[in-house]
Design a binder for this molecule. Structure first.
Ligand SMILES: CC(C)(COP(=O)(O)OP(=O)(O)OC[C@H]1O[C@@H](n2cnc3c(N)ncnc32)[C@H](O)[C@@H]1OP(=O)(O)O)[C@@H](O)C(=O)NCCC(=O)NCCS
Length: 171
């Protein structure tokens, strides 16, 4: 039941489960443009860039027995200093946990942290197309489509379009 699920800031001990969750999508889906599964060590290096303050955050949805069923996170939009007023937001659930409101809850939990960050201005969501669930959830929480990068990524032997959705942090 989703009402038994707790959403909280991720901690170091969550890293192995986060690696497993995300590796599922690396292996099976164009939703992420990573192509090689992350070792737990590599995921720890990724997680070391996150904290419980500032613009880069990871939130996890946890069942009472400690099983992580989803996460949301913010990341740099582009590695140049002037982009630091923007972040990209992402949500990934375990495959069996979709379409019962959990993605929306995880996004709101992330938003509640980001809105406390003074320097942030715009939130972006980069969605490999098609992805009806991600588009629906993203528009549900106030992002609008601002453009499409045509065939910008190649995975599983084919090119993929990426839609760019955005919303102001504080409307
Ligand atoms: C994308 C994802 C995070 C959405 O989370 P979710 O818990 O499934 O979505 P929610 O239940 O919160 O639904 C949010 C809205 O999207 C709609 N929606 C969800 N799945 C949908 C689907 N497959 N098709 C159409 N609409 C869908 C819901 O009806 C809801 O709209 P409503 O409130 O107007 O009824 C989740 O499906 C997921 O993890 N997918 C796999 C990983 C992925 O692709 N991540 C995104 C990478 S860009």
């Amino acid at each position: 039941m989703t009402d038994q699920i707790t959403i909280r800031t991720a901690v170091d001990d969550d890293v192995p489960q986060l690696a497993e969750l995300y590796n599922h999508y690396i292996r099976t889906s164009p939703a992420t443009f990573d192509t090689e599964p992350h070792s737990v060590e590599a995921k720890r290096a990724w997680f070391s860039k996150y904290s419980d303050s500032g613009p880069y955050r990871v939130m996890v949805a946890v069942e009472p027995d400690g099983r992580i069923v989803g996460h949301s996170y913010s990341s740099a939009l582009y590695p140049k200093a002037a982009y630091d007023s923007s972040v990209a937001t992402s949500v990934y659930l375990l495959p069996g946990e979709v379409r019962r409101g959990l993605g929306t809850r995880l996004w709101h939990a992330l938003y509640d942290e980001l809105v406390k960050v003074d320097d942030l201005h715009q939130l972006f969501a980069l969605i490999t197309l098609p992805n009806d669930a991600s588009v629906a959830m993203t528009e549900r929480v106030g992002y609008t489509l601002s453009g499409v990068w045509k065939e910008c990524g190649r995975k599983f032997g084919q090119y993929w379009d990426v839609g760019i959705w955005q919303r102001p942090l504080r409307p």
